[in-house]
Design a binder for this molecule. Structure first.
Ligand code: SF4
Length: 443
């Protein structure tokens, strides 16, 4: 290990840091060709006459019930099947059980009735990167769950998890935007009925969706028209396909699925059944909470802690630990600013920089060395988060009183994490850091 004279000095070259991140992301299965071999350009969807009816098929129970009924009971619809297009926006990491259900029961029915099915995904982090048409066929035989750019890739790049505050931005980026983009192209400026699988109890969602109606688009909700709730949809799928339960569709790391006790019980049971599906969620949470202890997948708790105390989870935890051991690690320098807002809240801005990359043991030694150089101890965990156990070297602490008085404040620490997040400085950070530092120096 090289000698250090500055706790932030002797930083690894950005190119080497980025290589380590790409190596870690590849080990997690995140790196894809920029366009999968099956994908087609957006314009290709204009190859057929525009559909009159477009069903948003989320792969879960409700939209599956709508589709299954339309395909098996012609009296349930007032259009011909050749006028229908079914479309799914792929986030990238769907539960394997959902894939099995859809591929076994619905795709054969769609192929037999020659229903047009489009599977679409984002092609990159920016809208300018466009949309991939992963599949557009009347004889679907498999789900194309993973596109060139997935939600997990975006989360790992940014060292975060999907956020439960606000308007489900993850869903908007990875489902709503690609779907809207493709539907606009598909319908070619003609009026269409946009069908959503909202069930009887989802009045608010339906009302909200109806606000997006235009002169061309009309939202429709057949389950509500039929008076079907979730139980009725499940019962129909059970009768039609002989399945015990049509499992919920979600990303394997969805924090909304962990938001209440019933959801946590269900999700843990899914990890017990499919241990491999839990690894990505656990690594994502570990990497995100190292950089920010608030970023657990469960509010106030960690998914890892929940799994550690849940029966039957040995295999998922073992797979997680095995994967961690195979990844390159990094020492990160994390700086965060908090700038007061007029509504009493604070704007946060962040800068994350990789200082060192290498195997876990070496990186832990390097963190210790940087701590010694700074003349501070390595602390483990965060008192505000009882199950946080990340080592950190605090170089600067935020000052809540400053913030309460309407003055910007900032914090800085070094920490250790799998090398899955890129070095990144938010656009608002430099000015916010300068403001907080200026005041810090004069206080
Ligand atoms: S399933 Fe959860 S994590 Fe995935 S896009 Fe939807 S809300 Fe976000």
């Amino acid at each position: 290990m090289t000698a250090l004279h500055d706790p932030l000095g002797d930083r690894v070259a950005e190119r080497v840091a980025t290589q380590a991140v790409r190596q870690a992301q590849a080990a997690l299965g995140l790196l894809r060709p920029s366009s999968p071999s099956t994908s087609r350009p957006l314009i290709s969807v204009r190859g057929e006459p525009p559909p009159r009816v477009v069903l948003g098929f989320g792969l879960g129970c409700d939209s599956s019930a709508v589709l299954a009924r339309w395909l098996t009971d012609p009296s349930s619809r007032d259009f011909e099947l050749h006028e229908l297009a079914v479309i799914t926006g792929m986030t990238g990491q769907e539960w394997p059980a959902t894939r099995r259900l859809v591929e076994k029961h619905l795709l054969p029915l769609m192929a037999a009735t020659e229903v047009r099915y489009l599977q679409v995904a984002r092609r990159g982090p920016r809208q300018a990167d466009g949309v991939d048409i992963l599949s557009d066929t009347r004889s679907p035989d498999r789900l194309h769950l993973v596109g060139a750019w997935t939600l997990a890739h975006e989360m790992f790049d940014g060292g975060t998890v999907p956020q439960t505050t606000g308007d489900r931005l993850c869903s908007q980026h990875f489902k709503a935007w690609p779907l809207d983009t493709v539907i606009a192209e598909l319908t070619q400026g003609q009026p269409y009925r946009h069908v959503m699988g909202y069930e009887r109890g989802e009045s608010r969602r339906a009302e909200r969706d109806a606000q997006y109606n235009t002169t061309l688009r009309t939202g429709e909700y057949p389950l509500r028209a039929w008076g079907w709730d979730r139980a009725a949809a499940q019962a129909f799928l059970r009768e039609t396909f002989g399945v015990d339960e049509w499992v919920k569709s979600a990303c394997t790391y969805c924090p909304f699925a962990l938001a209440n006790k019933a959801g946590r019980v269900e999700t843990v049971a899914r990890f017990v059944d499919e241990p491999g599906a839990g690894v990505l969620a656990l690594v994502m949470e570990l990497a995100a909470t190292a950089l920010n202890p608030t970023q657990g997948l469960i509010k106030g708790q960690r998914l890892l802690s929940l799994l550690r105390v849940s029966p039957g989870t040995t295999a998922v935890i073992a797979a997680f630990e095995q994967r961690l051991a195979s990844l390159p690690w990094a020492v990160y320098d994390v700086r965060r600013t908090l700038s007061p807002r007029s509504d009493g809240k604070a704007n946060h801005a962040r800068s994350v920089r990789i200082l060192d990359v290498g195997p876990h043991g070496e990186m832990r030694a390097r963190l210790d060395q940087r701590a010694r150089c700074a003349g501070v101890s390595v602390t483990v965990g965060d008192p505000a988060f009882p199950d946080d156990s990340h080592p950190r070297v605090w170089l600067r602490r935020r000052e809540p009183q400053l913030l309460a008085d309407g003055t910007p404040t900032a914090e800085q620490f070094l920490t250790l994490a799998p090398a899955t997040a890129l070095s990144k400085t938010g656009p608002a950070f430099p000015a916010a850091w300068a403001a907080a530092s200026q005041l810090h120096l004069t206080v």
